[in-house]
Design a protein around this ligand. Sequence first.
Ligand SMILES: *Cc1c(COP(=O)(O)O)cnc(C)c1O
Length: 493
Amino acid sequence: MRYVSTRQGSEAVTASQAIIRGIAPDGGLYVPETVPAVDEAFIRALCAMDYRGRATAVLGLYLEEFSQEELAGIAAASYSDNFDCAAVAPLHALDGDTAVLELWHGPTCAFKDMALQIMPRLLTASLRKNGEERTVSILVATSGDTGKAALEGFKDVPGTRIMVFYPKDGVSQVQKLQMATQEGNNVNVVAVEGNFDDAQTGVKMIFADRDFARTLDGRGYFLSSANSINWGRLAPQIAYYFSAYCDQVNAGRIGMGEKIDFCVPTGNFGDILAGWYAKRMGLPVGRLICASNDNNVLTDFIATGVYDKNRPFHLTSSPSMDILVSSNLERLLYCLCGSGETVRGFMEKLAREGRYDVGDALRAAVQAEFVGGFCTDGECGGEIGRLWREHGYLADTHTAVASRVLRDLREKEGTARPCVVLSTASPFKFGAAVLKALGAVTNETGPALVDELAAFTGVGAPKPLTGLGEKPVRFEKWVPKADMEQAVSAFLS
Ligand SMILES: *Cc1c(COP(=O)(O)O)cnc(C)c1O
């Protein structure tokens, strides 16, 4: 299977080359030329497997250069006791129609671990397959969770270095501390003056700078990405949609072949796009509900076909969704319209005017599979309280956004179709907002809130988040966005 750029200005490459490059030379994102199809027998077989087996089977369809044994070994190493539960991605039933898929049992307590525990292994195997001898240098722009998950995934991986940029005032204290205390000899963390889009744009500009690439090449380095624009991030995420479906079947909550919806708290559109791939492959998915916070650019896009980022940027209590440019949407548009030229036109308009209109046909194609909705910070807090009171379920802010959007949709439609809500972070990562939503009064800040939330609810905090306050801070530097490239150059000197 070959991978092509969404802007069709670059040659097709193999999966391993797509993973090494991260982004296509024409600025587009790599997508598989065709989506592999599966039948019911495939899903039935997955039902009998554990998470590792399911991931191996799904990834094998996309990564043909990897043997099943090789992938099985990689999956076994990636999804083992680095996760705090054997199911890796367990389902928690809330009521007859609603289950929560918990994707935060990995080492950094956010769903990014699902991809970033395995992606470095896929990348280093890809480097070997292509005879690459230079050191790959991962650049990451993070709205909070990706950075830590990428650092954990790549720390001390031979042949790699990793540098993470995060918006100085756009992440929670726990997120900041998780990154600032990162261990490992090949890592660096720098704050950027600006918001997430500034950091992401800065990283994209560094990738696009050919002179800088030549300079780094002379030093024995090349740049790649661990952001969700990398296919190596996206592919592993497809597996948990299959896994959730199988768990629902195994629990007798749905019959084999019955359709379920997925409701996904969305930022960069990577998580929900993985669900779309699962659906395209043949998983019985009804529709994909795209849940946003006050930064509701995707809600408007799905409703109108107009993507317009010219709007105020809101800092919310669900910071990993504080995004106005959802990079992976480009992949969906390409797959739905099939024209790289058209997509290039949209992206050029986005860069120039901050807005593009996909027209009626493409809008209808999006609406055939996606529903959008958003909720405010106040509504999100209310939902955390309701989930706790009515279900005894402790949810983080991102999960609560999705839960609330689903509830609004069901109310509007007057029906409750079976739905799995993706839970993307541990509530302990966002202790301040969660405690406030539960009505707790506290004078604590930062990492002390982890213990505070545990004491208030009686729910045990995940190990990686306890004792964060005692770890030594290694990275305190911040730069204006114009100096990001210089910071990379200094790190890779
Ligand atoms: C990254 C993240 C999201 C958004 O996922 P995308 O793939 O960017 O849409 C939602 N919730 C949490 C907790 C995240 O870390």
